[in-house]
Design a protein around this ligand. Structure first.
Ligand SMILES: Nc1ncnc2c1ncn2[C@@H]1O[C@H](COP(=O)(O)OP(=O)(O)OP(=O)(O)O)[C@@H](O)[C@H]1O
Ligand SMILES: [Mg+2]
Length: 373
């Protein structure tokens, strides 16, 4: 065996393809422990075969090159989304096949390095638990996602190892708001075989440039019901052992995943707004939390789009809710602009009024994290 040859396995051992790879002079065809796995797929296949999807979901798996006989129509997008390293239309020269194998091996090495860096990081905080923040509101569009993503980025910038978990399993869009195209979602993680531990979690998160690790919601709404709730519980426990701060974004209902998140929460951030339907919904949410008798150590009310002159003052709201408003966040067009750019506003426009408010809120919440360390 020559040490610098790329160890390639062919999923279907076709002599013509084997010969092309061998003629590249860069590849050794192997039966086991490949660095690169080559699949030959028909262009009109309805989707990727289950075995290939499983190989792609394994963070320790080989690099993957897909070959096809014509421009693939149906599976190409799925392949790219799931992280196939290269898709090549035949015929190809031996040289280009060799180069594709080299590229796939390099991608695999980069993934392995990123994974082990995260594992070292997460196992170095043995015995300590993250502070878990859940951002919730029973009103859709109230700003939960904007708030969860920006707070997570502020925490990461404060030096906290931060995980953002998107538990809006039906239509979570944290990845979109952070401008990320994750390879895996929470569904891949809970469906992966074997025990869930810090190492496995590290392999399924996607890192944002701010340092935040994101565990995104499933890609499609119909995948919500495939996420087994009994697998989410150990996931949150492992997450808390691996990070300093865990921020959980939720849907607008007391769904099983929301209840689980609240159950594992140290600080619940309830999002409100100065309009009558939202205040009514916030009051019902507070009553529901009371009825559920969930042991909530810390609950804070954050009024979003505060200060807009709409005839409802913060003190009117406090009187109705019989609770103090903890934080306010102004209405600011810098937010939709940043959302459309796929950047949190604290990165996109740090001088804006709303970005400064986020920073102040995160600093105040940081106190809660420090008191646990
Ligand atoms: N303070 C603000 N100023 C201006 N626009 C805002 C503000 N907060 C949120 N928005 C806008 O409101 C919209 C909804 O925000 P977001 O997606 O965060 O709400 P959500 O509660 O997560 O919604 P959903 O219930 O659908 O998940 C976004 O397009 C965002 O740009
Ligand atoms: Mg949302």
């Amino acid at each position: 065996m020559q040490p610098d040859l790329i160890r390639v396995a062919l999923q279907a051992d076709e002599p013509s393809i084997r010969e092309l790879f061998e003629r590249s002079g860069m590849v050794e065809i192997v039966e086991s422990a490949p660095e690169v796995l080559v699949w030959h797929l028909p262009p009109d296949s309805d989707g990727l075969p289950a075995e290939l999807r499983a190989a792609l979901a394994d963070p320790h798996g080989p690099g993957i090159v897909a070959l096809t006989d014509d421009h693939p129509s149906r599976w190409f997008e799925e392949a790219m989304h799931l992280g196939v390293d290269d898709v090549l239309c035949l015929p190809q020269t031996p040289q280009s096949l060799g180069m594709a194998a080299a590229k796939a091996r390099a991608s695999r090495a980069r993934r392995a390095a990123a994974l082990s860096a995260r594992v070292v990081q997460s196992t170095s905080r043995a015995g300590r638990e993250a502070h878990a923040f859940t951002v919730f509101s029973t009103k859709g569009g109230s700003g939960k996602t904007v708030i969860a993503t920006n707070l997570a980025v502020c925490f990461a910038r404060q030096g906290l190892r931060t995980l953002l978990v998107d538990l809006d399993l039906h239509s979570g869009d944290d990845a979109l708001v952070l401008g990320l195209s994750p390879r895996w979602t929470v569904l891949d993680l809970v469906q992966s075989p074997g025990d869930l531990d810090a190492e496995k979690l590290a392999g399924f998160v996607t890192r944002h440039s701010s340092g935040v690790d994101l565990l995104p919601a499933p890609t499609r709404p119909d995948e919500e019901e495939l996420v087994a709730i009994d697998r989410l519980e150990p996931l949150l426990e492992v997450a808390r052992r691996s990070y300093d701060a865990v921020v959980i974004d939720t849907s607008s209902s007391f769904s099983p995943s929301t209840l689980l998140a609240i159950d594992h929460t140290d600080t619940l951030i309830l999002v409100g707004a100065s309009d009558v339907p939202t205040i009514k919904s916030l009051k019902i949410a507070l009553e529901t939390l009371d009825l559920l008798e969930m042991a909530l150590p810390d609950m804070r009310i954050l009024m979003n789009r505060s200060g807009a002159k709409v005839g409802l003052e913060d003190r009117d709201v406090e009187r109705t809710l019989r609770r103090e408003i903890t934080y306010t966040l102004p209405s600011d067009r810098a937010i939709p602009i940043s959302v459309n750019r796929g950047q949190p506003v604290v990165v996109d426009n740090p001088k804006s009024r709303v970005a400064r408010s986020f920073l102040e809120i995160a600093q105040s919440l940081h106190g809660a994290v420090e008191s646990r360390q």
